[in-house]
Design a protein around this ligand. Sequence first.
Ligand code: CMC
Length: 447
Amino acid sequence: MTKTDSAQAMRTKSPASEKVTLTFDENGQQKSYHLPLLTGNLGPKVIDIRDLYAKTGYFTYDPGFTSTASCDSAITYIDGENGILLHRGYRIEDLAEHCDFLEVAYLLLHKELPTQKQFEDYHHEISLHTLLHEQLINFYKGFRRDAHPMAIMVGVVGALSAFYHDSLDLHNPYQRELASTRLIAKIPSMAAIAYKYSIGHPFMYPHNKLKYAENFLHMMFAVPSYEYQVNPVLAKAMNRILVLHADHEQNASTSTVRLASSSGANPFACIAAGIASLWGPAHGGANEAVLNMLTEIGDKSRIPEFIKRAKDKNDPFRLMGFGHRVYKNYDPRAQVLRKSCHEVLQELGIKDEPLLGIALELEKIALDDPYFIEKKLFPNVDFYSGIILKAMGIPTSMFTVLFAVARTIGWVAQWREMIEDPIQKIGRPRQRYVGHEQRNFMPLNQR
Ligand code: CMC
């Protein structure tokens, strides 16, 4: 494959003749401009406005990029109206049911699912990089014990730039590959150490014979003084959670990674930027916020009060785990996790988990409520992941970290796609200026 592979192929698919016409009334004179219409393989057509300013002197205005495609991508497709999520053409439900997380990582990075041999080789390659530089471990010790693990992750992932000088050059394909492998291999180790540090336990080294999800659970929960066996049901559930969070096209954190690296910044710094963006409660921080909300509700009898608050325009409260910028139907990832949630609780012998009871009741009431129906607010992936993670013994503050572990695959794949795309240029949005016009300066002693 050359630099111009699938994304380029998608671009050239659009019939050259298809155009839209913009008509302006300027000083009583009508002016028309023709803008090319691009077609992807799936999804809506895209009006190519790259020459709009040069031709017309106008910008477009789209806060939150609700109607703006910022790039070509061949990794993930979402049909929000019908609740469909595909990675490289494969349904998320199939990948979550049948694939090891590293198979999905391979798929996102190398465009095809691996053969058995390719999978084993890839697992081996990853396992060569799971250890952290011992000096990096000193960074953890500089944080307060009560630091939020996402704060630690932003710091230590960014610090990788200071350790791996031989994989910072994003224009070098070998270095890009090495940086990708390092990030994917080290992120679970980094996340588990953040947790171990917070509880004062010794850090566990990775166990390379284990699968990716198992190894993560091992580093989280094993202690050197005991033999620790990872429960296969929990390992399967963790694998599924990782697969479901691997990528989600141009969401806030992925767009952050792309924007940061569009300036040529090194990959470790860009992934740290992605982690920072993911932290917010409207994005990856939502799974933590769901648990906090369920705990605050505390009892099924208080659900109507919270539903009422969620609907009140004057109350900033939102029902966490509901709604999505793209899905206007059930989030397919939430469907998979809903099932997984029951499996995990059964395996762990957790009957009558009160928070799950509140969650299911909340789901029922919200799905029947005209406010949520009209606004197409369905439970999203974060609604169930928090309950499963809590049952597994993962502390709430680690939920978003886990999301970051999984999403590192997506960030890395999207970053590489961007660097390999000849069309990519530095991201530099425009603005509508609403400040002062030029005015006269007054020195301090005259103001
Ligand atoms: N509870 C109550 N009302 C809501 C909610 C909610 N969770 N979400 C959206 N609305 C209302 C919103 O007030 C607005 O009402 P109106 O049209 O009267 O102004 C309408 O629904 C449309 O919402 P929006 O804010 O324009 O939608 P958005 O696309 O900008 O926001 C969202 C999407 C996910 C940020 C939002 O739904 C939300 O804050 N949800 C709760 C947080 C959450 O669960 N986030 C996880 C997202 S999934 C994980 C990920 O991909 O990162």
